[in-house]
Design a protein around this ligand. Structure first.
Ligand SMILES: *Cc1c(COP(=O)(O)O)cnc(C)c1O
Length: 457
């Protein structure tokens, strides 16, 4: 038995290294590593082909909600599969796509009444950008063609999404083929000399100044509401999003909320915009939409935006955009089943107690010599490690401190993936108290082990 399993691992590893090219992965490192090959999942655990169990401490890159292999979700897919796996949304409809659209319009911030499907966060962002651009065109207002984004923003990896991205490591190489966007500072309080209040002020005054002079050439502002994810789980100061939204409204610029990471309860509200009662003009959702099961994303628009496209065909105001698998019935069916579980299990309501436990457990890291800042909103956590706590001097990227901490966590039975020097903890919403307790123990132990050597206790 043991020999067969090992052989299987060796066979798969060899094939993996020969044929598979992984996203966001230096393959030279990967091929020199001991790759993790997942065979199955159950609850919030993932099991590899060698039979080892791991907590899914990052929700399989921020997607998973109810855990893996969930009977209710499996059943929703099987039932839909017995009817039809896919039919197009180009000029016709299917049942789950309609029912999910109604549901999404009801649970998203007020005013977002129209749902346009796609298949990933990045395509959802492309759609929002093109809709905002064409909205002004269709209204006969010329020149509003540019976008504002925030420093260190991440909106996905397609060219349009990268054009409104601002993470130099990921984006700079492509700069020559991107359209230029305005970039305002993100309020990163920990690394702002003036702290939170000044960081907030810089952001708002940069936005106000830009809008005062350039609003007539700006189509929209795109923002990751409340929590900027890929830059290192950076939480906005309270009031920031609301005030940014007000400035957009005042100067006639659309607001695009990219809720791909923050949506579906992650921050303790169904959507991050809900924390500050913000109703954007366009909103992008993905990741947790299907509970982490299938690739469905959506861009929601207000009636005001939709109506600018609603005209006689000859006027050429149609939104000429779509993807082969737009509105996929299997994906929409599982998204509906996921939302039903959200309600039945009161998952969003449950976040605050779970988040409180996590906060309490992680407080023991506060005084550790290499823990710079612990950032948390709901069940989105980022722990920034620093070489020097006093001066906040960062670790060099060559130190790979985040990678080392994640490797240690894996040895201890939990999966996560760092963002530079920031350790990420984004457990599935369905994680129970005992599981969160065990996962935070691993997190603490991994961080102490790699920053202080020898580990905790
Ligand atoms: C992950 C992410 C995206 C991209 O989604 P994909 O499904 O990976 O294309 C876009 N925006 C934000 C804020 C994200 O976190």
């Amino acid at each position: 038995m043991v020999i067969i399993v090992l052989t299987d691992y060796e066979r798969l590893t060899a094939m993996n290294k020969q044929y598979l090219w992984h996203p966001f992965t230096q393959m030279k490192d990967y091929n020199n590593s001991d790759p993790l090959i997942i065979e199955r999942g159950e609850g919030i655990m993932l099991y590899d082909v060698q039979g080892r169990a791991y907590y899914d401490g990052f929700s399989s890159v921020w997607l998973n909600v109810h855990g893996h292999n969930v009977p209710e979700l499996n059943q929703a897919i099987t039932e839909q599969l017995g009817r039809v796996a896919h039919s197009t949304l180009l000029g016709m409809a299917n049942i789950p796509a309609i029912e999910l659209a109604e549901k999404l319009a009801k649970i998203t911030p007020e005013g977002l009444n129209k749902v346009f499907y796609s298949d990933s966060g990045a395509t959802g962002v492309e759609i929002a950008i093109k809709m905002a651009f064409q909205y002004w065109h269709n209204k006969g207002i010329r020149g509003k063609t540019k976008f504002i984004t925030m420093n260190q923003a991440y909106h996905g990896d397609t060219i349009g999404a990268v054009s409104v991205g601002a993470i130099p490591l990921y984006h700079d190489v492509y700069r020559p083929m991107l359209f230029p966007s305005y970039v305002i500072p993100y309020p990163y309080a920990y690394r702002h000399e003036g702290g939170e209040a000044e960081a907030l002020k810089s952001t708002l005054s940069a936005l106000r100044n830009l809008l005062e002079t350039q609003a007539d050439e700006i189509a929209a502002l795109i923002v990751e509401p409340i929590v900027q994810g890929a830059s290192g789980i950076i939480v906005m100061p309270p009031g920031c999003l609301r005030q940014m939204a007000a400035l957009c409204r005042q100067y006639g610029v659309l607001l695009i909320a990219d809720e791909v990471a923050t949506g579906f309860g992650r921050t303790g509200a169904m959507f991050a915009c809900d924390h500050e009662d913000v109703s954007p003009d366009l909103m992008v959702i993905g990741k947790g939409l299907t509970g982490g099961y299938l690739p469905v994303a959506a861009t929601l628009a207000t009636d005001e935006v939709y109506d600018a496209f609603y005209a006689d065909y000859e006027q050429q105001k149609t939104f000429f955009h779509g993807h082969s698998y737009t509105g996929n019935p299997l994906g929409c069916a599982v998204a509906l089943a996921s939302l039903k579980l959200f309600e039945e299990r009161k998952l969003v309501e449950g976040v605050s107690a779970k988040a409180a436990l996590v906060e309490h457990k992680l407080a023991q890291l506060k005084d550790r010599p290499h823990v710079g800042e612990i950032r948390q909103k709901g069940l989105m956590v980022g722990i920034e490690l620093v070489r020097d706590k006093e001066s906040r001097e960062p670790y060099d990227w060559e130190d790979r401190i985040g990678v080392l901490a994640s490797l240690r966590a894996r040895e201890l039975g939990m999966l996560t993936r760092p963002l530079g020097n920031v350790i990420v903890f984004i457990p599935p919403l369905a994680s129970n108290i005992a599981e969160l307790d065990a996962m935070t123990d691993i997190l603490v132990e991994s961080i102490r082990h790699v920053t202080e050597g020898g580990g905790a206790k």
